[in-house]
Design a protein around this ligand. Sequence first.
Ligand code: SPV
Ligand code: MG
Length: 291
Amino acid sequence: MRKTSKSLREIISSGGMARVMAAHDPLSARLVEEAGFDAIWASGFELSAAMGLADVSLVSMTQHLDNMRRMADRSSLPIVADVDTGYGNAVNVIFTVKQFEAAGASAVVIEDKAFPKVTSLIAGGRQDLLPISENQGKIEAAVSARQDPDFLVIARVEALIAGRGEAEALERAHAYEAAGADMILIHSKEKTPDEIESFIRGWTGSVPIVIVPTAYPQMTEARAKSLKKVGMLIYGNHAIRAAVTGMQKVFARIIADGGIETVNDEIVPVSEIFRLQDMDMVKQIETQFLR
Ligand code: SPV
Ligand code: MG
């Protein structure tokens, strides 16, 4: 049974903190669910990387949507869709929100960068932001487009990433809250939590904050909760990084050892993949219907 947007909305409105893990395909989405996370982050970075591409607005909306539909089909968790800049202006955002909600998303995150965007964590990246009023219109448009009132519109502030400072980050966050955003995602690429903690201390708005602590891993869940205002913590790219780590290690061993015997017991058996493919269900269907 798919969980509705309500389950995510409930965690956040009861003052809880949703733990959200990135996925880039239906299999990783299923593993996110089995591990016990509250929701899936349909990450643009992960999907781009899985396609061997840079996260610079190269993946199309329909490719992202198609992947999201397949993830929704293989997992019952709510999905937080990373729609980057919403694929254009307020007109595009309305279409985007409708499409992603219909495809099974429980939330969208829209960032205030100009299209085409450049991935946030890259050193020296070109980080062009939209004027505040223009992005405010996009957030209003997103809110007007949702069908389910529990569907979350999350406005992502990139002012710290763009080096514009905390005052502008707070100004943008307040403007997007006024536009109807349910949450504010504040992103940082600083190597310590100081910048984010300072922003959160300075946040006087009433909607909860979303953080993505990739660059500042000292930010544990307990530390985020102690800040009182964090309603969602996203592990932004740990599925694709775990997958790459695993493949690099195993591939290197096979090349070095000239065969698969030594790694055989270190990787999941084929039976585990059968389980994830629901082969028992296939067998049951065969028994019942094949004549
Ligand atoms: C993503 O996972 O696509 C994100 C987070 O947007 S980051 O890559 O850190 O910008
Ligand atoms: Mg992204």
